[in-house]
Design a protein around this ligand. Structure first.
Ligand code: AOF
Ligand code: ZN
Length: 366
């Protein structure tokens, strides 16, 4: 086993917990000694033990003299939990291999420095790119103070997300839709506009045939509180969390607000109106402990987020079907004047699912 092999395992552990750590990174950790794995761990929930703590607890007395692999720099601050760097020092570990530095201003190199000050050998950058990808949402959110925004859309070859009648079931095939359920499982929250709630009545849960999936929190952008109480998106959750967060404006109808709250929904004002201030809405979600959102339409909310420069990543499915004019587009916003002004996708990854094509990329604004 090389450093990279242990780190790959740590990345796998971190990846398995993606979506369940709120605004915290989904960190994985492996402790090895004399070529044997003696401890493994992941950060499983915000407010609870960090990955290193679980792994060191498992290693017990074996931690002394071991090598610790961790996908993110061990923390040096007193947050909801004590500093991992201090714990590593106390355990007498010999070497720490770190994939990426922690951009959290409370850490930012201090964790690594503290380990070195105590004579621990530290290697930084092993599978660094893979770790940056695992932690992309956290890296983004901690820098700008709002959740990472990924927009998922499913379009026909002519860019429509529905026929002119509104019918949209289904544009993409079963393989693409199964992948979307995986995505929902990996994001802390899913965000839609009230138009989608009214048109499609989606339940916004993560489903699949095999293992149970984690349902993301639901967030609904609803300026005028038109979400009906019987909407599937307000159905009770098995984990006891509120059924949905409804993002609205200060001028929304008071009676509608009380009814939604009585139903268990969390209603949040995002600006004076008449429309929801989307940037403020994202900041409110961050405050509520949501570090990343998967936007699933409709075209209006996705387009408004894109036009405001608030979409950080796209998962754009294109199905080999043509429906003709009249239906909405996946990104409804006033057209740019010149093709040269189009928003382009950077770091593009193109994949296919039984003939559907997925464009995974990062919009470049400017
Ligand atoms: C680590 N290992 O597994 C994680 C780290 O409020 P707290 O105590 O949970 O601290 C959260 C911060 O700690 C978070 O913003 C990030 O900088 C770091 N996360 N650090 O050493 C871990 N999840
Ligand atoms: Zn820590």
């Amino acid at each position: 086993m090389e450093d990279e092999d242990y780190m790959r395992l740590a990345l796998t552990l971190g990846k398995a917990a993606l979506g369940q750590t709120g605004t915290n990174p989904s960190v994985g950790c492996v402790v090895a000694k004399h070529g044997r794995i003696v401890g493994m761990g992941a950060h499983l929930r915000q407010g609870e033990a960090h990955a290193e703590v679980h792994a060191l607890d498992m290693a017990g007395a074996e931690a002394a003299g071991s090598t610790v692999y961790v996908t993110l720099e061990p923390c040096s601050h007193h947050g909801r939990t004590p500093p991992c760097a201090d714990r590593l020092v106390r355990e007498g570990v010999k070497r720490v291999v770190v994939a990426t530095q922690d951009p959290n201003p409370q850490v930012a190199g201090r964790g690594i420095a503290r380990l070195r000050e105590h004579g621990i050998e530290v290697t930084v950058g092993v599978l660094g790119e893979e770790a940056a990808s695992l932690h992309e949402a956290f890296f983004h959110a901690i820098r700008i103070g709002r959740p990472f925004v990924a927009a998922k859309t499913a379009m026909t070859l002519d860019g429509r997300i529905a026929a002119k009648t509104g019918d949209s079931k289904w544009i993409t095939n079963a393989a693409s839709r199964a992948f979307v359920h995986e995505l929902r499982h990996r994001y802390p929250a899913i965000l839609v506009g009230v138009g989608t709630v009214l048109a499609d009545d989606p339940s916004l849960t993560a489903r699949g045939d095999a293992a149970p999936k984690r349902d993301p929190m639901r967030a609904i952008v609803d300026s005028r509180l038109r979400t009906p109480l019987h909407a599937a998106a307000l159905s009770p959750r098995a984990d006891g969390e509120p059924p949905a967060i409804v993002l609205t404006t200060a001028t929304a109808d008071a009676a509608a607000r009380s009814a939604l709250e009585a139903h268990g929904a969390v209603v949040v004002d995002c600006g004076p109106g008449p429309r929801v201030d989307l940037e403020l809405a994202l900041r409110e979600l961050y405050r509520l402990g949501i570090g990343a959102v998967l936007v699933e339409g409709g075209g209006a909310v996705t387009g408004a987020l894109l036009a405001a420069g608030l979409v950080d990543k796209t998962y754009a499915f294109v199905a080999p079907k043509i429906v003709g004019a009249g239906g909405p587009s996946g990104f409804e916003f006033p057209s740019v004047d010149r093709m040269a002004d189009a928003i382009r996708l950077d770091r593009l990854k193109v994949r296919t699912f039984d003939g559907d094509v997925l464009f995974e990329g990062y919009p470049v604004y400017s």
